[in-house]
Design a binder for this molecule. Structure first.
Ligand code: ADP
Length: 264
């Protein structure tokens, strides 16, 4: 921050004021710093699974491969680590594409209640064994938004997979949808661990995780909500979170209604 001061003088020479002009010379430095931090984060996130894989592979090479009890377990670990790295690299590619605006959106009119219902159904199917109940609070009428189907699918996937990940056994995930003025509000509520108040402002930041060790075990990359935010923003909408530590979390987003399609 650069500061310039000027003293205000009355005609009689008496000084009765001070003007301070603060100039932000650090914007460029801030961007640089963020970039450095991002690269450091990426390196760290990739090094962790690689280091872990290296030691498991070494143990296998040192003889564990002959042990019918241990070998499959060790191989499984290297598989999950590889899968997580692939997820991470995919997420990074997606973010970098959105950053560089090097992507085009395939905009079309989408009937949101139907669209959200379908995605919920897919999650219900794929989490059958986890005894999670899905509740739909979705009105039985058409509501159109103008959006990119793939991107909005990813948005829902990222939010819903968190809700599943952080839900306790027997928990309920409620998806509600309603039109409000010129936008549609979608909210996904879970009964999971929740997010402590002081962490809430950061959950959309890249690589931010409330509990690093824990979420890493759950397979998280720390990029899911950052991507969600990029997608919502690219649609002219907004996204926010409310949460009670220990009680659950609600992620909500709003998208502009496609007024033209509504009138058809
Ligand atoms: P991750 O891949 O680690 O889930 P996200 O960007 O999707 O990364 O989320 C960032 C962090 O926000 C998570 O690590 C977790 O701490 C917190 N979080 C997100 N969704 C929920 C939720 N439904 N319940 C509790 N915590 C959540």
């Amino acid at each position: 921050l650069e500061a310039h001061f000027s003293v205000i003088e009355k005609e009689n020479g008496e000084q009765n004021g001070l003007i301070a002009v603060l100039h932000d010379v650090t914007e460029q430095e801030k961007i640089e710093e963020e970039r450095r931090e991002f690269v450091a984060n990426v390196s760290h996130e990739l090094r962790t699974p690689l280091t872990s894989m290296k030691s498991y592979l070494e143990a296998l090479a040192d003889g564990a491969i002959e042990d019918p009890e241990v070998a499959p377990r060790f191989i499984h670990v290297t598989q999950t680590e590889t899968e997580r790295m692939i997820r991470l690299v995919n997420d990074l590619l997606q973010l970098s594409k959105m950053d560089s605006k090097d992507y085009h959106m395939n905009f079309a009119s989408i009937n949101l209640p139907q669209f959200v219902d379908q995605i919920m159904e897919r999650f219900e199917m794929s989490t059958k064994n986890e005894s999670i109940t899905f509740k739909h609070k979705i009105p039985d009428r058409d509501m159109f938004v103008y959006g990119d189907r793939d991107k909005l699918t990813q948005l829902m996937d990222n939010i819903l997979s968190n809700a599943v990940k952080y839900s306790p056994e027997g928990g309920t995930i409620t998806c509600a949808l309603k039109a409000e003025k010129d936008r549609v509000l979608v909210s996904i509520k879970d009964e999971g661990v929740g997010i402590p108040k002081e962490n809430i402002p950061f959950v959309f930041d890249r690589f931010y995780r409330v509990d690093k060790a824990r979420t890493r075990n759950l397979g998280g990359t720390g990029l899911g909500l950052a991507i969600a935010k990029e997608i919502v923003t690219a649609h002219g909408g907004s996204i926010w979170v409310s949460s009670d530590w220990g009680k659950g979390t609600t992620i909500s987003f709003a998208l502009p209604l496609d007024e033209e399609a509504e009138q058809l």
